[in-house]
Design a binder for this molecule. Structure first.
Ligand SMILES: Cc1cc2nc3c(=O)[nH]c(=O)nc-3n(C[C@H](O)[C@H](O)[C@H](O)COP(=O)(O)OP(=O)(O)OC[C@H]3O[C@@H](n4cnc5c(N)ncnc54)[C@H](O)[C@@H]3O)c2cc1C
Length: 394
């Protein structure tokens, strides 16, 4: 594998760096988990989109730059190194969009993707239910056939930023079928969070920020045009979404390279030369970020060449990397916690102040082994599908 960048890639990097230098807000935006911050981040999405930086890997006709997976990784490195704001549109861009590229009609893509790229429509993921998290296939929310579409009923929960988002995507039971085969009879669809029959109730978080929400659905009408793929095929389509969620799209190496850089800067101001244990943890964070970058480059090369089970694609995008995505997910979620704990230990008593960037990052990192599928489940997938070990008893 050739690890050097081409002249064209260097030009792309320089262009991204220059744009970000000129546009990244000098003051951090308020948290995107609040109403004020959500609105400010939506405007930031529009600004990114105005120069086609919001979705670089998408085709130009939907607002992208037709960039390949390597340019997307370069962009992410520059984005995080520039200290640019978090992405309020991440659920749409990282989860729904790849699903649409793989399974939707051209009409649906043309209708949904452009407003997602500009932040005009922000999407929430409505998968989890109170009794269906890890065992997602046991979900009971229903979609019942009606004239011209479907009526949704049930409850979804743990929906990130749903309190302020515009629309949601989720899976619903359309055929009760065989209880021994719960993966069958599910349908993947999109719905409006402001439609009649939808109640959005924020879930109180420890930090008091109100964006996390549960959704109550009472006879919510969804037209046929908002069903993705064939009715009954929801599980298969959902599995292509999870590959993207756990894989490199949700947490690209750029994020951790930038965090490791910040940690080194913190060591320089707060570290004590004699504290070799802490110094080694800082070094581990730098090595971990670099290892993840190289591991990702390997996966991206296999993906781009169509090897390793990843199909060659007509659309220039990043996408499914199958069960390998579980390796990424376990790695970045555990790495993120270790990195933040090192920072807090470096800060000492100062780290106890709850509103510092490091303290907030630490609280968020603790959720990493839970969201996008818990790490226990990822380890089961790695054992069974990558290592070929026998299925455990559940
Ligand atoms: C910050 C955050 C954001 C989230 N955002 C969203 C969102 O936007 N949309 C959405 O739909 N959901 C979201 N979720 C929900 C998330 O996907 C679920 O919390 C997760 O899938 C786990 O489900 P659960 O909470 O029901 O836990 P459970 O499934 O009840 O699991 C509890 C524990 O049991 C373990 N366990 C369960 N089954 C097994 C098994 N077979 N083998 C071994 N161990 C097992 C789990 O690993 C876990 O440790 C979010 C969660 C968090 C924390």
């Amino acid at each position: 594998m050739d690890l050097s960048y081409s002249a064209d890639e260097d030009v792309f990097r320089a262009e991204a760096r220059e744009w970000l230098r000129a546009h990244v807000p000098e003051e951090p935006l308020p948290s995107l988990e609040t109403a004020e911050g959500f609105a400010a981040h939506r405007l930031w999405e529009a600004e990114l989109a105005s120069d086609r930086w919001s979705v670089v890997s998408w085709p130009g006709r939907y607002g992208g730059r037709d960039a390949d997976i390597f340019r997307w990784l370069i962009f992410e490195e520059e984005y995080y190194a520039a200290g640019a704001p978090g992405r309020v549109s991440q659920n749409g861009i990282n989860l729904l969009a790849p699903t649409l590229f793989d399974h939707a009609t051209e009409e649906q893509r043309a209708r949904v993707l452009p407003s997602m790229a500009t932040g005009e429509v922000v999407w929430a993921q409505a998968w989890s239910e109170p009794e269906s998290g890890s065992d997602l296939a046991s979900l009971t929310s229903r979609a019942v056939r009606t004239e011209g579409g479907w009526l949704l009923a049930g409850q979804k929960t743990w929906s990130s930023r749903a309190a302020f988002a515009d629309r949601a995507f989720g899976i619903f039971r359309t055929d009760p079928g065989d209880p021994e085969r719960p993966h069958r009879g599910l349908t993947y669809l999109m719905f409006d969070l402001r439609a009649p029959g939808v109640t959005v109730r924020p879930i109180g978080r420890l930090d008091g920020k109100p964006a996390f929400a549960e959704l109550f659905l009472d006879e919510v009408f969804v037209p046929d045009e908002d069903v993705i793929g064939e009715p009954g095929q929801g599980w298969r389509i959902a599995m292509s979404t999870t590959g993207n969620e756990r894989g490199l799209m949700l947490r690209s190496p750029g994020r951790f390279l930038a965090a490791a850089d910040r940690l080194v800067r913190l060591w320089r101001t707060h570290g004590e030369t004699g504290d070799t244990a802490l110094r080694d943890r800082v070094a581990d964070a730098v090595i971990g970020a670099r290892a993840y970058q190289l591991f990702t480059a390997g996966g991206a090369s296999r993906f781009a060449s169509g090897a390793g089970g990843a199909p060659a694609r007509a659309e220039p995008r990043v996408g499914e990397i199958g069960a390998e995505s579980s390796l990424n997910k376990v790695f970045w979620s555990e790495y993120d916690i270790a990195l933040h704990e090192t920072a807090l230990d470096l800060l000492g008593a100062e780290g106890e102040l709850s509103d510092t960037e490091w303290a907030e990052g630490h609280v968020f990192s603790l959720a990493g082994p839970i969201y996008a599928g818990t790490n226990e489940i990822q380890r089961d997938i790695i054992a069974e599908r990558l290592l070929g070990l026998p299925k455990g008893r559940r």
